[in-house]
Design a protein around this ligand. Structure first.
Ligand code: IVH
Length: 673
């Protein structure tokens, strides 16, 4: 039996490695997410049941190991250098000139241009093809050992691919690259943090750093960090003649290489690339703060060498700063759907790196105090994360005395009810559940991108429907009438029909979608997905107590409390009942369904903790089938005590064999990765 389990484990690890690479590195998956999750769950379950078969390169490390006490120092074998900065084409000419003088050459030079990723430099050490150590840059000589954290970063290979067989994996390979947080993930993370009353990260770079430097790797695992490789610390390990060839070799080992890297034959081409990257930077899902230009030829790189600070063969051509100064004209207080009151500064319009900035969130009272901001202050604004404008600081030297402290309201600016300040939370809330601003925001959320994504029902239209009295509660969306809609100002037959069609199309939805759309405090998309995987249907979720919710991995105290309160609330229960009456159908979560899809289980012997009936039910709930005799169709056999001939037969037929414990672990394993 052990042999078979070992083989199954190896098979699973290979499959997960292969499909993970297709998904995270090549962005070209070959199987559905649900199928991948099923493989992952099975691996976790098997490893949980057989801890003696653990392996350092197993994809199970992606979920994060036990928390560390502190970060151990990690010495870099070769220093991790910095880069000299340049800002214009003239400075690039000076750089090229220096290179030529150093090499005493007039020959054409090839350069590789790469986006300068604005994340965190890391070093990954592979021995015999296995990731054995990962570290931060630190002071360039000694960084911090963050191996467990880096193992959770999905695109980082835990084990190298052997390529096409022509390139053998070197004994030791020291790879360097940048870990970063995609902009979209950054925006979601900050939104979640604000919902939870935590200070938002200033930019994706800080968020990536905060996520990697977590003593508990499980927290890192929850942040979908990304990675691009850009070089090696021991070039002698790979006998390549150019930076381009190096990147191709690294891609062959399974590393993600950025797709905007280019080879240029002269200064004009380099400049054209700079212009191009500058123009498209806002369309990218990651931050770049410039372009790195590298002499392509590795022999020339070696001849050029480095100063104590930076290599002579590469330079960072930075983008112009994205800050500007303007004035805070006024501060408005907005009430969100969970009642949180957020101060928003109205700025004198100013252009920051190509976009007009008129408003900036001041986040909360603590943030205002920390920055000592006042109305009429001259402030430095920047577009952090390229998209969200923020105020960096007040320029205190330019104060005239006319500046006014920002007075936080004591009553809700919308409904007048006294605001609540909760100890330990930076956020101040309106506790009135009937506050019109909250209701409106809840409805906007429900119809919006993070809700049911009802096409044609953006913020403006929802506001109109609410003010016209057509919508007051969530179920009202499903009661809209084409005739009345068509008569509204600015509407017509066609737009009314389209919107009703969009609403009808959303009557069948997933549990995760519905939970997210409710906009329950502390419950974002991630938590909703966890819940949908855990509960078979909405009624089970609604019946769950706080204690039961706390049992779910990834659900903390605040979330459990908020959920339990939401579904115990009589009005919310009534709202759900109305939705069901109106014909809403909640689909079972796809990953739950797919999880045992296509598998046929046979039970043999006596089970200790489960009754046969319970065990069969578990299989069926998760999309599998149950067989009573061992036939061709059976894929998995669960072996209890005193199992007889069926067990032998199953072993002969090469079927997956499960102990009761392993079976339970398989069923209970939450989706990871
Ligand atoms: S090459 C010895 N390539 O920029 C060569 N660095 O200012 C040094 N960076 O610490 C690194 N994108 O974190 C290189 N395509 C790229 C890069 C890149 C971002 C970062 C890296 C380094 C910093 C130097």
């Amino acid at each position: 039996m052990d042999q078979r389990i070992t083989e199954r484990l190896e098979h699973l690890r290979e499959q997960i490695r292969f499909h993970g690479h297709r998904y995270h590195v090549l962005d070209d998956p070959l199987i559905a997410d649900g199928e991948y999750d099923a493989l992952f769950r099975e691996l976790l379950a098997l490893e949980a049941a057989h801890p003696e078969l653990a392996a350092p390169d197993s994809p199970s490390h992606r979920v994060g190991g036990p928390p560390l006490e502190s970060f151990a120092p990690a010495e870099h074998i070769a220093p991790m250098l910095s880069l000299d900065n340049i800002f214009d084409v003239g400075e690039f000419a000076v750089f090229e000139d220096k290179v030529r003088r150093y090499l005493k050459t007039d020959e054409p030079l090839r350069f590789v241009t790469e986006p300068k990723l604005d994340g965190l430099a890391v070093e990954l050490v592979y021995r015999q093809g296995m990731l054995v150590e990962g570290s931060t840059r630190g002071d360039g000589l000694i960084g911090e050992n963050i191996t467990a954290q880096l193992k959770t970063v999905a695109p980082i290979p835990l084990k190298l691919f052997f390529g096409d067989g022509s390139s053998l994996v070197p004994e030791e390979l020291i790879v360097r690259g940048e870990v970063f947080l995609p902009k979209r993930v950054f925006a979601q993370l900050n939104q979640q943090r604000e919902q939870e009353g935590e200070a938002p990260f200033a930019n994706p770079r800080n968020a990536a750093a905060g996520s990697l430097r977590q003593l508990d790797p499980k927290i890192t695992a929850r942040r979908p960090l990304a990675f691009y490789v850009y070089g090696v610390g021991n070039p002698e390990a790979l006998a390549v003649c150019s930076q381009e060839a190096l990147l191709i070799a690294l891609a062959g080992f399974g590393f993600p290489v950025n797709n905007l890297i280019n080879v240029c034959r002269d200064q004009q081409e380099v400049y054209a690339r700079y212009q191009h990257l500058l123009a498209i930077r806002h369309e990218l899902d990651y931050e770049i703060d410039g372009m790195v230009v590298k002499v392509d030829d590795t022999d020339l790189q070696q001849r050029l060498g480095a100063t104590a600070r930076a290599p002579r063969w590469a330079v960072a051509w930075k983008f112009p700063a994205v800050q500007a100064t303007t004035v805070i004209d006024a501060v408005e207080f907005q009430v969100g759907r969970t009642g949180a009151v957020t101060p928003v500064a109205h700025l004198r319009p100013v252009e920051v790196n190509g976009a007009m900035v008129r408003r900036a969130t001041l986040h909360n009272r603590d943030e205002i105090e920390r920055k000592d901001l006042r109305v009429h202050d001259v402030v430095l604004v920047q577009r952090a994360g390229d998209v969200i404008p923020e105020i960096v600081k007040a320029i205190a030297g330019q104060r005239s005395g006319r500046e006014q402290p920002i007075a936080f309201p004591v009553q809700c600016p919308e409904c007048g009810v006294p605001l609540l300040a909760v100890a330990g939370e930076a956020v101040v809330r309106c506790g009135n559940r009937y506050c019109p601003a909250q209701s409106l925001q809840k409805l906007i959320h429900f119809a919006g991108k993070r809700g049911l994504d009802l096409e044609g029902l953006g913020k403006k239209n929802v506001e109109q429907l609410v003010s016209e009295g057509l919508i007051r509660t969530i179920p009202d969306f499903f009661r809209l009438d084409a005739g009345r809609l068509a008569r509204l100002d600015g509407w017509g037959e066609k737009s009314a029909q389209n919107i009703l069609a969009a609403i009808t199309a959303r009557k069948i939805l997933s549990l995760a979608q519905l939970i997210t759309a409710f906009g329950i405090r502390h419950v974002g998309e991630v938590t909703a997905a966890l819940l949908a995987r855990h509960f078979a249907d909405l009624s089970q979720l609604m019946a769950a107590s706080k204690e039961q919710l706390l049992q779910i991995e990834g659900v903390g105290e605040q979330t459990a409390e908020s959920l339990a309160a939401y579904f115990q609330d009589q009005e919310n229960r009534e709202m759900v009942a109305q939705l069901i009456d109106l014909g809403i159908v909640v689909r079972i979560d796809a990953s739950r369904q797919a999880f045992l899809d296509g598998r046929v289980f046979l039970f043999t012997g006596t089970l200790q903790t489960l009754s046969r009936e319970e065990a069969k039910q578990l299989v069926k709930t998760h999309g599998g089938q149950v067989a009573t005799s061992i036939g061709q169709r059976v894929t998995d056999v669960v072996v209890g005590d005193k199992a007889g001939s069926k067990k032998r037969k199953a072993a002969e037929m090469n079927l997956a064999l499960w102990s009761e414990e392993a079976f339970l672990a398989l069923i209970n394993q939450e989706r990871t990765g």
